[in-house]
Design a protein around this ligand. Sequence first.
Ligand code: MG
Length: 187
Amino acid sequence: MPPSKGRPSIRIGYGFDSHEFRAGIPLKIGGITLPHDRGLGGHSDGDVLLHAITDALLGAIAAPDIGALFPPSNPKWKGADSVVFLREALQRVKKAGFGVGNVDASLVLAAPKIGPHSAALRVRVAELLGIDADCVGVKAKTPEGLNLDNTAIAHVVVLLEKVSPGKSKRKPLRNRTKSEKRRRAAS
Ligand code: MG
């Protein structure tokens, strides 16, 4: 179906975030706690990846950004689980009539190594977004030449797709069980 006049059926969003490492706090990235001797400071739990994903989602629908919706000046968000921010952004995306197609993220940090955790990160982010893990890319780079060894950075792009009325409750083909596929084929 062609998009209605002036309303694109896909949107892209871009999010960026950075946090400084601080001793004595857990390292939260992508909604999971990674083993490391330092965590990321910030007013909330400092989850740099979830913050960038949240801003990418909000940006894709031209909504106010994470800092406007959850101001650090509000004590309510002190130490907050960043999953709360992501869920609010996702709700706004759904309300705007879109679903998440795929997400691609690049993390920039000197340590810890993300490779051994990238599968777990992809699974967790996919679960939070309600999409398949093969629709979530998580790459990591070291900050060569940036002199930012005490900083973690996240760049994220998301693709949103317009959800057609009546299609939203239908499971994607790849998620259907064999018996569901047989039933649909027979009907
Ligand atoms: Mg942040």
